[in-house]
Design a binder for this molecule. Sequence first.
Ligand SMILES: Nc1ncnc2c1ncn2[C@@H]1O[C@H](COP(=O)(O)OP(=O)(O)OP(=O)(O)O)[C@@H](O)[C@H]1O
Ligand SMILES: [Mg+2]
Ligand SMILES: [Zn+2]
Length: 279
Amino acid sequence: MQKAITDKERILQKVGYIHHLSQSEMNQVRPNAVRTLSTPPDGIKCEKCGNTGYIEGVHPEGYEIMEPCPLCYERRKIARRLRHSGVSPQDYDRYTLASFDGGRSEMSARMKALAEKYLHEHVTNGHGFGVFGSSGMGKTHICIAICQSLTRKYDEPHYYFSYRAEMPELIKSMRSFTAEYGKQIEKWKTCKNLYIDDLFKFSGKVQNGRLVNIDQDDLKVMFDIINARYLNHATTFFSSEYTVGDISKVDGAIGSRIFEMVEPYGLKVEGENERLKGA
Ligand SMILES: Nc1ncnc2c1ncn2[C@@H]1O[C@H](COP(=O)(O)OP(=O)(O)OP(=O)(O)O)[C@@H](O)[C@H]1O
Ligand SMILES: [Mg+2]
Ligand SMILES: [Zn+2]
């Protein structure tokens, strides 16, 4: 029952209710109104607005309105975006640009420098960023660090697409030829700043260290998403153990689009697995 309304709807209901009260009624209910939101769902406490994110203001035409709280509204918006991105709070804590050590190897220095350059030059609906190559090099780490900086610094939302977690369901509905498939991939086609992590994981066939084939169903679903994003200039981030060159040899249509989407912020990484260091 409680789950049926979102935090935002709950706050708007409250705001609407408060809006219709007279000043004396307001003085009576205010202590309760504040108390009922005394545990803010996003953990951000603010005395100015009683943790609602809104304060009373006056419209130029003289009537009372609720306005975003100048002390906390922006922070609440960022917290909401991070909560809905698909990345866990623990991973946001772990994978930051500050915690990415550029001194571990020449490769890590290049990754960090390119990430910083990207963040400096990022434009809305502009090019994305991609890291391709060996396991354990910090590809996921650096991409999540970029994504959270986009939200914290540029005020843009981002979304996380875990290839392994999302694909089985999408492939199943694509094979069933129902309208469900279109609905399911709509978000991935259109959302701002999508990070596709582990592209083609477990769907590629490798022979003599070379990618020689990718499962047809995986190619079909990925083409639908990537082509739509390519045409819409929807910023996309990629990480994959396969290089863009390898992917292009198997499927030129997808490979060339990925290349264009991340250029000039694409990087091929090679080196020792950071997970195994010291093991
Ligand atoms: N330069 C670095 N500084 C700090 N931590 C690093 C660095 N490189 C890797 N790590 C850490 O090593 C672990 C593996 O990194 P990550 O998961 O990002 O690798 P990956 O390239 O995505 O690997 P895979 O291809 O297997 O997904 C993580 O805990 C990450 O934080
Ligand atoms: Mg990874
Ligand atoms: Zn506030």
